[in-house]
Design a binder for this molecule. Sequence first.
Ligand code: AMP
Ligand code: ZN
Length: 121
Amino acid sequence: MSQQFDPNCLFCKIVSGAIPSKKVFEDEEFLAFHDINPWAPIHFLIIPKLHLPSMAQLEAEHAQMMGRLMVLAPKLALEQGASPYPQGGFRVVCNTGSHGGQEVHHLHMHVLAGPKPWVRG
Ligand code: AMP
Ligand code: ZN
């Protein structure tokens, strides 16, 4: 069973409103907000409100939620100003664990878009 909320987690505090964010989208299941240190002209994060430390903790029960997250990403990318596929498009990044470069241990998907060059990514 995954823990619903971790009081020590930065992104759980963003979900609860204890830490402010520049919101892109919110529903019962997900929150999307601008990355505080963007690598690209458009850079936001989509997180499930459910506290899961990373993709490494995903189980079969999370498959539909992750599917909805993947479907949300292109919709929000366009809304945030990404040019349409194929000339435009976007990149999704899901850093997992130390070797994956993960710094915040609440599952999140980076969505990066906009004209190159980018800072990184
Ligand atoms: P990762 O390295 O994949 O764990 O990425 C964590 C991301 O969270 C980094 O790109 C940070 O810039 C971003 N970040 C950290 N704190 C905040 C915050 N308070 N609001 C928005 N983004 C944040
Ligand atoms: Zn959390």
